[in-house]
Write a protein of this length. Structure first.
Length: 284
C-alpha cells in the first residue's frame, strides 16, 4: 500500500518537475556571435546571481585560508604564473557567453596537492591543484582545455542552475512527503529517485556544454582545442573504472571525446584565426 503511494507520488512529482527542468536544460540555445559551438544555457535560475556569487566567494576565502594555513597555497611560483597566464587569455573570451562576466572579480590560485582536480566557482573564483598538472603532464593547450572547461561552468551559470534545481526538488519532495505522511526512508527514496530521473541527465548535459564552451574559449585564446581530446585520453588512463553513465553526473570519457571531436570543425577556424592574429602582433 505504502509503496503504491510512493510510486504515485513520484510520478506526480516528476510530472510537475520534469517539464520545468527539461525546459531549463534544453532551453535558450546560445553561441558566440561569430559562429562557434552551440550549447544550452539554463533558464531555471530561481536563486539570485548575487546570492550564488557571494556564497561562492565566501567559500573561496575559506578554502584559501585553509590552504594558506597548511602552507600549500601558491607555494610554487612557476605553476602559479603558468596557470594565471593561461587563465588571463581565456577569461576575456567568456563575455561572448555571459556578458556579466566582464565585471566579475576573477581570481586564480593554485593549491599544492596531489589531487587531480580544478574548478571555477560562480563569479569567477578559480582553483587548480598541482596534481592535475603533474600527474597528467599537461601541455599549455591541455591545461587551457581544463581551465576553459571549469570557467565555462561559471559562464553558463551551472552552479546557480543546480542550486535552483535542488531548491525546487527539495520543496516538492518535502511538501509531498508531509502531505502523504511518508516515513524518513520513503522520503529519502523518493528524493533519490527524483535525482536519478531528472538531476543526473541534466548534470551530464552541463558537463558536455562546459566541454564545448571550453574548447571554444581555448581556441579563441590561441590554444589548440585538440588539447581537450588529449586531456580525456590521459584521464582515462588514470581514472580507473567509471560508474554506468546514467548513474554518473559526468559523461564517460569516450562520450566526451566523441562530442569534442564532433565540434572541433566549429572551433579550429577560430584557433587558426587567433594564431594568425598573434603572428601579426595582435594578442589573441
Amino acid at each position: 500500500m505504502r509503496c503504491g503511494r510512493v510510486a504515485a507520488l513520484l510520478a506526480l512529482t516528476l510530472g510537475v518537475a520534469a517539464p520545468i527542468l527539461a525546459s531549463a536544460a534544453g532551453a535558450q540555445q546560445t553561441a558566440a556571435a561569430d559562429s562557434g559551438v552551440r550549447v544550452h544555457k539554463p533558464r531555471l535560475l530561481l536563486v539570485p546571481e548575487s546570492v550564488v556569487n557571494d556564497s561562492a566567494a565566501a567559500q573561496y576565502v575559506q578554502l584559501k585560508s585553509q590552504a594558506a594555513a597548511q602552507r600549500v597555497l601558491n607555494t610554487s611560483e612557476l605553476p602559479v604564473r603558468r596557470v594565471r597566464a593561461i587563465a588571463s587569455r581565456l577569461i576575456p573570451q567568456g563575455a561572448r557567453f555571459n556578458g556579466r562576466s566582464r565585471d566579475w572579480p576573477w581570481e586564480v590560485n593554485v593549491i599544492e596537492a596531489p589531487t587531480v582536480n580544478a574548478f571555477c566557482m560562480p563569479g569567477g573564483k578559480i582553483i587548480v591543484y598541482t596534481g592535475l598538472i603533474e600527474r597528467l603532464q599537461l601541455s599549455d593547450d591541455e591545461l587551457a582545455a581544463v581551465v576553459g572547461h571549469e570557467i565555462s561552468h561559471a559562464l553558463l551559470e551551472h552552479g546557480r542552475a543546480r542550486m535552483s534545481e535542488q531548491l525546487l526538488s527539495n520543496v516538492g519532495v518535502n511538501l509531498a512527503a508531509a502531505y502523504f505522511g511518508l516515513s524518513d526512508v520513503s522520503t529519502a527514496a523518493l528524493g533519490r529517485s527524483t535525482q536519478l530521473a531528472v538531476s543526473l541527465p541534466y548534470s551530464c548535459g552541463q558537463e558536455t556544454d562546459a566541454d564545448l564552451v571550453g574548447i571554444e574559449l581555448a581556441a579563441r585564446a590561441g590554444f589548440d582545442p585538440r588539447g581537450a581530446v588529449n586531456v580525456w585520453r590521459k584521464m582515462a588512463t588514470i581514472g580507473g573504472s567509471q560508474p554506468p553513465q546514467f548513474l554518473s553526473t559526468h559523461p564517460g570519457h569516450a562520450t566526451r571525446i566523441h562530442e569534442i571531436e564532433a565540434n572541433l570543425p566549429r572551433v579550429l577556424p577560430l584557433y587558426q584565426a587567433a594564431v594568425r592574429s598573434a603572428g601579426a602582433g595582435t594578442r589573441p
